[in-house]
Design a binder for this molecule. Sequence first.
Ligand SMILES: O=C1O[C@H](COP(=O)(O)O)[C@@H](O)[C@H](O)[C@H]1O
Length: 266
Amino acid sequence: MPRSVGLHAYDTVDDLAQRLRAYVLDSQNSAFSRHDAFRVAVSGGSLPKILAQALLTPTSPASEAPFDFSKWHIFFADERAVPLDDADSNYRLVKEEFLDRIPAALGTPTVYPIDTALLDDIPAMADAYEQTLVKVFAARDSVRLPMFDLLLLGCGPDGHTCSLFPGSPLLKETEAWVLSIDDSPKPPPKRVTFSLPVASHGINIAFVATGGGKKEILREIFDTEEGKRLPCAQINEIAGERVTWFTDSAAVEGVEYAKRSHSGSL
Ligand SMILES: O=C1O[C@H](COP(=O)(O)O)[C@@H](O)[C@H](O)[C@H]1O
């Protein structure tokens, strides 16, 4: 584990949400100063709810410049190959938990969902999503990888992130930006996902993992050699100091790495 990976544990999810808010705001503002836009990728699972709590619950409105969602470009780090209104859709989750609750005064983000016309051809769906990235981030031959301003990732109880699962051959991909999977061990089986190089290519990369159900896998990721093979740990290894984990105390119970200098407030 690179010692520079930040692992921050907060007493409650409310505390976590406040610190995540400050982190995303800083990330937004530095992106605006670089290119007047904020290119962010989000995950599904437990993340959208915590993200909404962080971003849409101002702690002290007078003391900070607000988010300007009109300059946000929101991509999906992974998506299930289902209609956008399906209960399993990451888009639906992000829309209902977060996008639909953004106050009009804060602007409307540009959102890039998958092309559901390609539900029966998921390799084509992955290629089409890659082309979406190419259009926004520049031509494929002029940039080796799209650089996100912020990647917001989850960590499954098995150590998966995006739809990159432990032991998957997809983890070896070095060329493609977006991949398809038709045998996901977690339902639904058909999905598209950022490849590991893209999921590691953010100026800032935040993992959000809360609750006692994550403590065993966090121990493995942070405290063991074998855990280095897990998808989340591979992103830690590749991106090092660009990675920050936002966790609560239940998720890091027994994690030695969290007891060292990397834990505490950000
Ligand atoms: O299937 C998925 O799971 C991961 C982790 O979800 P969580 O509920 O354990 O946070 C999520 O990050 C990913 O986007 C999703 O498709």
